[in-house]
Write a protein that binds this ligand. Structure first.
Ligand SMILES: Cc1cc2nc3c(=O)[nH]c(=O)nc-3n(C[C@H](O)[C@H](O)[C@H](O)COP(=O)(O)OP(=O)(O)OC[C@H]3O[C@@H](n4cnc5c(N)ncnc54)[C@H](O)[C@@H]3O)c2cc1C
Length: 260
C-alpha cells in the first residue's frame, strides 16, 4: 500500500503572534512544530504500512526550514520525504497550496491513500485537503476518527458534532484526520539520529510542472484584509484562598448576580 501524507510546519501555537502591519504570522524566533493533526495522519499511515506493507511518503510545501518537520516524520516511521519549495510558492492561499500539493502528488504517482490533518493550527481553514482531492479528481473523507481498509475500499468513521458517520470510498481516496484517531508515537533518540541521515528530496516548481501563475501571490484569489485579537471588554475576577472557600464565594457571587 502506497500512502502519501501531507504535513505542515506551524509555529508552536502558544506563541503565535501576528504582525499588525502585514497581517502575517511573525515566524522569526518562534519554535516550529508539525501541525498536531498531521501527526495523527502520519501515525495512521505508518500503522497501515506496518500492517499491509508498502511505503509512506511524507510531503510538505514550505521554506527550507520545513525540512525539520520532514525529519521528525521520518523518525516517526515515514519512508521517504519531499520538501516542495520555491520562491514562487510564497504567499500561497489555500487554492494555490492545494495546486502545488496536488501537482506534487501527481508527480509521485501510484498512491492508494492520501492523509492530511483536519486543519492547520495557524491558517485554520481546513480547505487544503478538499482542495487537493478536488484538483486530483479523487474522493475525499474529512474528520476521520477510524479507518478500515478492505481490498480497494476504505471504510472511514467520521467524527461529527454529536454522532459518528461511517462512509465507504473507493481508493485512491484522500482522508483528513482528527486527533482522536490515534495516539502518535514519540520517536526515540535512535530513530531521530537515523532520520537525520535519510535523504530529504527538494522539489521546485519545475519538478512538479507547476505554472507560476497558479502559485503564490499570483495564484491566490484570497487576501487576508485584517487580522486582530478580539477586544476583551469583560474583566475576569480572581478568587484567592482555600479551594472550598473559593467555591462558596463563586456560588454566592453567581447567586448575587442572579446568574444561578
Ligand atoms: C492568520 C492566517 C489566516 C489565513 N487565512 C486564509 C484564508 O482566509 N484563506 C486562505 O485561502 N488562506 C489563508 N491563509 C493562508 C493559509 O495558511 C495557507 O494557504 C496555508 O498554506 C494552507 O492553509 P491552512 O493553513 O488553512 O491549511 P488547512 O487547510 O487548515 O490544513 C489542513 C491540512 O492540509 C495539509 N496542509 C496544509 N498546508 C500544507 C502545506 N503547506 N504543506 C503540506 N500540507 C499542508 C496538512 O495536512 C494540514 O493539516 C491564512 C494564513 C494565516 C497565517
Amino acid at each position: 500500500m502506497n500512502i502519501i501524507v501531507c504535513i505542515k510546519q506551524v509555529p508552536d501555537t502558544s506563541e503565535v503572534r501576528i504582525d499588525p502591519q502585514t497581517n502575517t504570522i511573525i515566524r522569526e524566533g518562534v519554535p516550529s512544530i508539525i501541525n498536531p493533526f498531521d501527526e495523527n495522519a502520519i501515525e495512521q499511515a505508518v500503522q497501515l504500512v506496518e500492517q499491509y506493507g508498502g511505503k509512506v511518503t511524507v510531503v510538505t510545501m514550505g521554506p527550507p526550514q520545513a525540512e525539520a518537520a520532514l525529519r521528525e516524520a521520518l523518525a516517526m516511521g515515514c519512508d521517504e520525504a519531499i520538501l516542495v519549495s520555491d520562491r514562487c510558492f510564497a504567499a500561497s492561499d489555500t487554492l494555490a497550496t492545494s495546486y502545488v500539493l496536488s501537482n506534487t502528488i501527481r508527480e509521485i504517482g501510484g498512491y492508494d491513500l492520501i492523509f492530511c490533518g483536519k486543519q492547520a493550527f495557524d491558517g485554520d481553514t481546513a480547505q487544503v485537503p478538499p482542495g487537493i482531492a478536488e484538483q486530483l479528481g479523487i474522493p475525499q473523507v474529512t474528520f476521520a476518527i477510524g479507518l478500515e481498509v478492505d481490498g480497494k475500499k476504505a471504510r472511514v468513521r467520521r467524527l461529527l458534532e454529536d454522532e459518528f458517520e461511517v462512509v465507504e470510498a473507493k481508493m485512491p481516496v484522500l482522508i483528513s484526520c482528527v486527533k482522536q484517531m490515534n495516539d502518535p508515537r514519540r520517536p526515540g533518540i535512535k530513530a531521530k539520529l537515523a532520520a537525520k541521515k535519510k535523504e530529504v528530496k527538494v522539489w521546485d516548481s519545475a519538478c512538479i510542472n507547476a505554472e507560476a501563475c497558479y502559485c503564490g501571490f499570483d495564484g491566490s484569489p484570497t487576501r487576508v484584509v485584517r487580522t486582530f485579537a478580539p477586544k476583551r471588554d469583560i474583566e475576569g475576577e480572581r478568587f484567592e484562598g482555600e479551594p472550598a472557600d473559593c467555591a462558596v464565594a463563586v456560588v454566592e457571587r453567581l447567586i448575587g448576580q442572579k446568574i444561578i
